[in-house]
Design a protein around this ligand. Structure first.
Ligand code: FE2
Length: 254
């Protein structure tokens, strides 16, 4: 499996605390079948983003942990004005493996009204936004139509593996399930921060998706689509699932 969202590098954000923690996280990932993992430290007002330092940390960790899983470069890109301006000026800087896919995390406090315009500009600069874990963002819960519209305009969606298993509560599980049923999920990733609570283990969620949906969808969301992301290839999209006209999103947060 290929995990496009993780905080396995130590000392850069609120993920792994030490190199030993990072190694333990990688072992867990490898044991559960992850062959490739993208290190995505936060870039926000709290944590600065330094690609040079990230490259050094990845080399150090890969050397210490062994060849598998292979570690790739990435960023947990928060949609701040400063970040947006910098990404538009230097498009590959924050992208996964400095190619063309950009993880985008929304604040819990504000979804910009101009999000589509921001996405258009990012896409115009050659970056495909991947909205991270909308099922865990209370504001996005009330704007699922908007999320769907962003996807119709070229954005992609990553759901957290633990959400499908109920780790983040019933609401996150329910929203993740609705998104899955509407073919609005393109990747499932761990967003791992440690070895205990938010782990890099994907196997349980993979098996859950195989059973609750089907094996080919599990393969697509955990292997084929994220593999395309790390090499910068186009992913094959699922057709949007037909939704009866009278059937609305089951909403939360009102
Ligand atoms: Fe993250």
């Amino acid at each position: 499996m290929v995990d496009i969202h993780s905080h396995i590098l130590s000392g850069l954000d609120d993920g792994a605390a030490t190199l030993e923690d990072s190694i333990a996280m990688l072992r867990l990932a490898a044991e559960s079948g992850t062959t490739d993992i993208v290190a995505t430290p936060h870039a926000n007002t709290e944590f600065s983003f330094d690609p040079g330092l990230i490259g050094q940390k990845i080399a150090e960790l890969q050397d210490a942990a062994g060849p598998l899983p292979r570690i790739h470069r990435g960023c947990d890109f928060h949609l701040t004005l400063e970040n947006i301006q910098d990404a538009l000026a230097h498009p590959p800087k924050y992208a996964i493996n400095h190619l063309c896919y950009l993880l985008v995390e929304f604040s819990d406090l504000l979804i910009p009204r101009t999000t589509q315009e921001i996405f258009d500009r990012l896409q115009g600069a050659g970056l495909t936004p991947i909205v991270t874990h909308p099922e865990r963002n209370a504001l996005l819960h009330t704007r699922l139509d908007q999320l769907q519209s962003w996807v119709e305009n070229g954005a992609l969606v990553q759901v957290t593996a633990g959400s499908l298993l109920g780790v983040f509560g019933r609401t996150a599980k329910s929203i993740a399930t609705q998104l899955m049923n509407r073919n609005l999920v393109h990747f499932i990733a761990s967003d791992a921060h440690d070895t205990r609570h938010r782990t890099p283990v994907l196997r349980d969620a993979y098996e859950y998706v195989e059973k609750a949906w089907n094996p080919s969808l599990a393969k697509l969301l955990f292997i084929t689509a994220p593999q395309a992301v790390i090499v910068g290839e186009e992913i094959k999209l699922l057709d949007p699932a037909p939704v009866p006209a009278n059937k609305k999103w089951y909403r939360f947060g009102f």
